[in-house]
Structure formats: structure tokens, C-alpha cells
Design a protein around this ligand. Structure first.
Ligand SMILES: Cc1ncc(COP(=O)(O)O)c(C=O)c1O
Length: 341
């Protein structure tokens, strides 16, 4: 039994999801004639209380489109040093939009209001890049699935309004924050100019992300998606998976959270573990006490049991619970970890 905890993106579509995909009514979405894609876009826009949404093949493309929408070449965006838009999108902010990132040294991927305020370049000081955009990630990936405090998000929103900055949410795992009770979709819709959400992480879809925002922004996003090569044809088969996931796979994320918390508690009790980040959702980040067990030995030990986890650099290890991580798998992981001395 292979147990893959490297990411929630490894989850497969369920039989119910595959069935919904097989039965989808489709058309050519580049002509906006795919009824299932149109239905998914409407459903997601409605859920977040925003005017419109647009279906994309990946979270990277939704974030990159948002950056392009909100900036001009030479501008700067503000994000945490752990942000996916900075670390894991292949340098797309500079490649696609010609913008630089001002990195903030936040806590578990979350910036404080004063850090954001300090990072804004004075608009009349033409030696510095013009600050145009603030990017938030909720939940934070490299930050260990942490959920933002809504009060902080509101204060940053008011900074954005005062300084004429756009406000984008990388909500690849916003479903986890919602299930954890940290925020609700309508509040996200009120706060942000654009939101990207992923269907292909904890929700188990094979493909799919959406960008959500006001009508004029989403109309312009269609052009950018086309330029980036993200216009899809009979993508209703994929959108059907998304509709199914939204109806059936959101509430169950709580099970992933419970398992991650149990693993976190187990690791905290081990002397060979030096640090466990607070577990708020489905991501667990920890460090080993290298005097007692090296990363190499630990990873090999897990691999011999067919348990796979991932290193995040700087001695940090990550486990992510998800739809395919069953109770039987969880029992085995608990048993294997308990026996490591
Ligand atoms: C926080 C965050 N944003 C964006 C993405 C990008 O999604 P994709 O892999 O679909 O491009 C990921 C992927 O893991 C992510 O974790």
C-alpha cells in the first residue's frame, strides 16, 4: 500500500466524480459555449459573492493572470517570502508581467499589517518601483497550512485602498481555511479584487482553477488566459469534476485536518522531532532533531514502508493529508512513526 503524503495534489478523482465527468454536457469553451464550464464559473462566482469567474487549467496560470491584470512592467508586488507566486511559479511574475516581488519576512507565510505598510514604496519617489499589488496566500502552503486572521486581512485591505493598490488572494487552499472556520467565501469576495481557487488540491479534481473578480477584470482575464495558452475547448468534462467536488468534497476536508492534527500531536511527543509547526489544516511541517536521526535515515525508513513525504528546504519536512489518505493508511503511518526510536 503506497502512502503518498507529499502533497494533496496527488489525490485522484473518486468514482462519483468520474461518473459526473462522463455525463457532462460540453461545448467549445473558447467560444464560451461549454454549458458545464459556464455553470461552474457561475457557481463559484456566486459562492464568493463576486460578479464573474473564469476557468483555468492551473493555479499558476490564475495567479499569473491576476498579477498581469493588476500591474504594469516595472511595478512591484508585495508578498510573503514563502509565497507560491514568488517561490514556485518559475519566476512568472517577472517573465509574464515584468514585475519584481518585495518579500516580507512574515510568520508562517503571513505578513503583519505593519510589515505590509513598510513595504509600500512612496508613490512620488520615482527611484523605487511603483508598488501596485499585495498578494495574500490562504492557507499558506510553505507556511504549513496556516489560516489568516480576517481582522488582519481587513486592515491590509484598507492599506490597499488608501494607497491605490490591488489586492489578490492566492486561495489555492481557501477551502481548507473555510472548513477550519477561519473565513467564509463571501468575506473573501468582499475583501479581494481577485481570488484564485484550485480544484486540483484537496478537492481531488484532476485539473482546474478559477479566477474570480469583477466583470471587467474577468473579461480582460479571458484575453490574458488566451495569450498564456490557457483557452480550453471541451473543458466541461473537467468543469464537471469541479462542480462535483464543490458539492461533495469540501466538508470532508475536516477529516484531512483531523488526521494532520493527530500526526502533529504524535510528532510533538517524539524526542527525535525538534519542531512541529502549529497544525491548522491539512499541512504538517516539522523538523528533525538531527543529533538523533538524520533526514536521510528518516526518509529511508519511511520509504521502506512505502510512505512518501517531501522536504521543503532548510531542514523542514512536510506531510499533507488528502482525499486518498485513508483511515487504514493513517493507522499505518501512526504505527510506523510511533516505532521510530
Ligand atoms: C498556494 C498555491 N498556490 C498556487 C499553486 C499552483 O497551482 P498549480 O499547481 O495548479 O499550478 C499551488 C500549488 O501547489 C499552491 O500550493
Amino acid at each position: 500500500m503506497k502512502i503518498n503524503l507529499i502533497s494533496d495534489t496527488v489525490a485522484h478523482p473518486t468514482p462519483g466524480m468520474l461518473d459526473a465527468m462522463m455525463r457532462a454536457e460540453v461545448g467549445d469553451d473558447v467560444f464560451k459555449e461549454d454549458p458545464t464550464v459556464n455553470a461552474l464559473e457561475e457557481k463559484v462566482a456566486e459562492m464568493f459573492g463576486m460578479e464573474a469567474a473564469l476557468f483555468f487549467p492551473s493555479g499558476t496560470m490564475t495567479n499569473q493572470t491576476a498579477i498581469k491584470l493588476h500591474t504594469q512592467p516595472g511595478d512591484q508586488l508585495i508578498c510573503d517570502k514563502y509565497a507560491h507566486v514568488y517561490n514556485y511559479e518559475g519566476g512568472g511574475a517577472s517573465f509574464n508581467s515584468g514585475v519584481s516581488c518585495k518579500l516580507v519576512d512574515g510568520d508562517r507565510g503571513m505578513m503583519s499589517v505593519s510589515q505590509v505598510e513598510e513595504a509600500i514604496n512612496p508613490p512620488d519617489f520615482y527611484h523605487s518601483p511603483r508598488t501596485a499589488l499585495v498578494c495574500i496566500e490562504n492557507t499558506t502552503n510553505k507556511g504549513g497550512g496556516a489560516c489568516w486572521d480576517v481582522a488582519a486581512l481587513r486592515k491590509i485591505k484598507s492599506l490597499c485602498t488608501t494607497n491605490g493598490l490591488a489586492y489578490h488572494l492566492d486561495g489555492a487552499r481557501i477551502w481548507n481555511a473555510i472548513v477550519a472556520g477561519a473565513i467564509d467565501p463571501k468575506t473573501c469576495g468582499e475583501l479581494f479584487d481577485t481570488i484564485s481557487v484550485c480544484l486540483s488540491k484537496g478537492l481531488g479534481c484532476p485539473v482546474g482553477s478559477l479566477l474570480i473578480g469583477a466583470e471587467p477584470l474577468i473579461e480582460e482575464a479571458i484575453r490574458i488566459r488566451k495569450i498564456l495558452g490557457g483557452g480550453m475547448r471541451q473543458s466541461g468534462y473537467l468543469a464537471a469534476a469541479g462542480i462535483y467536488a464543490l458539492d461533495n468534497h469540501i466538508d470532508r476536508l475536516a477529516e484531512d485536518h483531523t488526521k494532520a492534527k493527530e500526526l502533529g500531536e504524535l510528532l510533538t511527543a517524539q524526542d527525535w522531532v525538534s519542531y512541529v509547526a502549529p497544525v491548522e489544516t491539512n499541512i504538517l511541517i516539522f523538523e528533525l532533531n538531527e543529533k538523533l536521526i538524520s533526514t536521510e535515515v528518516f526518509m529511508d525508513r519511511l520509504k521502506t514502508e512505502d510512505i512518501h513525504i517531501i522536504g521543503m528546504g532548510g531542514g523542514k519536512l512536510r506531510m499533507v493529508t488528502h482525499l486518498d489518505y485513508t483511515n487504514a493508511m493513517h493507522d499505518k503511518v501512526v504505527s510506523v512513526l510511533s516505532k521510530i526510536a
